[in-house]
Design a protein around this ligand. Sequence first.
Ligand code: PLP
Length: 301
Amino acid sequence: MTSAPVPDLAALRPRLPSPVEEVADERFARRGVRLLLKRDDLIHPRLPGNKWRKLEPNLLAAAASGRRTLLTFGGAYSNHLRATAAAGRLLGFATVGIVRGDELADRPLNWSLARCAADGMELRFVSRATYRRKTEPSVLSSLGADDCFVVPEGGSNAAAARGCAALGAELRGVADVVGVACGTGGTLAGLAAGLDGGGGRAIGFPVLRGGFLGAEVARLQEAAFGCRRGEWTLDDRFHGGGYARVPPGLAAFADDFEDRHGVPLERLYVAKALFGLTTLVEEGAFAPGTRVAAVITGAPS
Ligand SMILES: *Cc1c(COP(=O)(O)O)cnc(C)c1O
């Protein structure tokens, strides 16, 4: 097999390291705590935030494997599916998206799936029952994955966690505490590892209910680094009722934060992390002088 050309990610001119901006927020200042925004949302317009950091090593691995088609999974509004479709178009991979919910097959595409399709992604809709079994070899085969490079749901695997270690490395010596929103936990797994040894620690704010994430972050760290790495904890209080739920209090917080600081806040992940960090500051969780960084993992779409 001849290997596929190595994708030239540098040609896409990612903004890396991403900028760190300090903002003046009286809720933090009152406690003597500094607030830094790690602007991963500015890395690339079509591959923002942790999606760039997680996809980059997977794209290199895909090229090395000689496969020219990426196959991955997501829900009807998945940021990961859109990023994968965009990466495929920009770097010359075909892409297949396995979408949860076969009832969607008969409906017009929503804006998110329409963008995937516009970037050339072939969409295959599957029942929720099949979707739940998507990591079983026989199910993968039946979905046509045999000749594809398979990227797991949310893009989180060992390579992705290693890619996100760069995020932690960029914040070593810059921040004492780093807050990040968590879906699958791959970003937190890498962030904490990248901070390891630099005196900083990470706090993850799950956006889904369920409390399963700690084991998953530990599993991803084992897979990526061979052991648990760095100091990290989860604070499960800020999911707002579950994935894609934005209760009025959270919406008001996000509107107000945008007014104060002029930074657009993506609501499903980023706003929950900032709400969590702000609440922790108000609870007195951080000593005066603490530098708290919030990872802006994406932009509103
Ligand atoms: C995908 C995503 C996350 C979650 O990242 P995980 O590595 O799955 O925990 C956080 N923020 C934004 C904006 C995302 O798109």
